[in-house]
Design a binder for this molecule. Structure first.
Ligand code: FMN
Length: 149
């Protein structure tokens, strides 16, 4: 069973609800899930064997939510060696924006640039198509969990 650190980026609460729901499903399956909100890079670096799961929306014009900006800034500036780190990304966004799910895409890129390895595909949830984003996340996590077993 795995330890997962869920790093949350949310302004209005939707991504927080998704993270809570996913953490619950992970725990039901026997994994250990810890939510970091606001996330601190030092806490994630302290557990290199844990899997990082980013759950973030997008705000402004493709921006990372305020509560996740310090984490992203630290990643970009410190560029830590994350070769041993595995991660997944659940992004929430609205497809009417050109910058659809850009917050999740940016975190995905920053982690990959530091050498971390993504497990499976990123989930981009279009909130215009999924009235309850937790449902889309639930379907995804059920197919993602076998990859971390
Ligand atoms: C002011 C504002 C700006 C937004 N900008 C984007 C954007 O650039 N790209 C995108 O995909 N979604 C954008 N969205 C949609 C949000 O990401 C979406 O509503 C999400 O569910 C909000 O999640 P949260 O409640 O966790 O903050 C924006 C929403 C608002 C209110």
């Amino acid at each position: 069973m795995a330890k997962l650190n869920l790093v949350v980026g949310s302004m209005l609460g939707a991504a927080e609800y998704v993270a809570d729901h996913v953490a619950h499903l992970l725990e039901q399956a026997g994994h250990q899930a810890e939510i970091h909100n606001p996330a601190k890079l030092v806490e994630v670096l302290a557990e290199p064997d844990a899997i990082l799961l980013v759950v973030t929306s997008t705000h402004g014009a493709g921006d990372i939510p305020d509560n996740l900006q310090p984490f992203a800034k630290e990643l970009a500036e410190q560029h830590p060696d994350l070769n041993a780190l595995k991660y997944g990304v659940i992004a929430l966004g609205d497809s009417s924006y050109d910058t659809f799910c850009q917050g999740g895409k940016t975190l995905d890129r920053l982690l990959a640039e530091c050498g971390a390895s993504r497990i499976g595909d990123r989930l981009d949830i279009d909130v215009t198509q999924h009235e309850i984003p937790e449902d889309a996340a639930e379907a995804w996590i059920q197919s993602w969990m076998p990859l971390i077993a």
